[in-house]
Design a protein around this ligand. Structure first.
Ligand code: ADP
Ligand code: MG
Length: 224
């Protein structure tokens, strides 16, 4: 009898996978800090890169202490750290995203693909509860919502989580790009009215990093 094939992707999202996702996200935020700041300089106050980098670095330090944390406690620590260390709109918004994900994860040691997709959608619901953004308002919603839709469809069609997240990454990237011609209706950029048109939204750009790092972490590719 031959040995069962070694799976190429993680079948479930356990604490190790979540930890790897959150630290990859922090690394990508640090690497893209200047880009995020430049985008926010065009339609905001030039602090999105600094804001998010401060929060994700603080969260990685907070997570480093305990090797035995569950998905829920890791996501909760991430959310609470972002709320407490990030000034500006994105702190409470990203905080809600991760805190709602933690709530959805419950006490499970690991999440399968449908449970991870449900947790990400709970995170989207948290962003909406906090910021009231709708599709087309030129916010992080415009990358996160299509990513959730793509993930749900791909998981329902029976794809493994790694492949489903690569489809979600493409959807988030397309959603991010689609913010360029939008007129901002929420957040600081909305103060600019028509002058917000023609610029990529910084929050949608960081959300695209969040989804692409999930795809990398859950496929076991943690090269930075
Ligand atoms: P601030 O606007 O307070 O300086 P950041 O620069 O860190 O905060 O974050 C700006 C991003 O926050 C925007 O690019 C947008 O994607 C997101 N954002 C702002 N307001 C909302 C909202 N009400 N709902 C969803 N996202 C929002
Ligand atoms: Mg800003």
């Amino acid at each position: 009898m031959s040995a069962p094939p070694v799976p190429e992707v993680r079948a479930v999202v356990d604490a190790e996978a979540i930890r790897s996702w959150l630290s990859l996200f922090a690394a990508e935020v640090a690497r893209n800090r200047d880009l995020l700041t430049r985008l926010d300089a065009a339609i905001g106050d030039a602090d999105h890169g600094a804001n998010l980098d401060r929060g994700t670095s603080a969260a990685v330090s907070a997570l480093a202490g305990d090797a035995a944390l569950s998905p829920r406690t890791l996501l909760k620590t991430m959310g609470m750290t972002l709320v407490s260390s990030v000034g500006g709109a994105s702190g409470p918004l990203y905080g809600s995203l991760f805190l709602r994900m933690a709530g959805s994860a419950g006490g499970a040691d690991s999440l399968d693909a449908p449970a991870f997709a449900a947790a990400l959608r709970a995170g989207l619901d948290g962003v909406v509860a906090r910021g009231r953004a709708q599709a087309g308002d030129k916010t992080m919603y415009d990358a996160l919502s299509p990513a959730c839709d793509a993930l749900d469809h791909a998981v329902a069609a029976g794809n493994d989580l790694g492949h489903a997240l690569s489809l979600a990454t493409a959807a988030a990237d397309a959603g991010r790009n689609a913010t360029i011609p939008m007129l901002a209706r929420k957040g600081r950029a909305s103060y600019l009215g028509e002058r917000s048109v023609g610029h990529q939204d910084p929050g949608a750009t960081s959300v695209a990093l969040l989804i692409s790092t999930a795809a990398r972490a859950l496929s076991g590719d943690v090269s930075q």
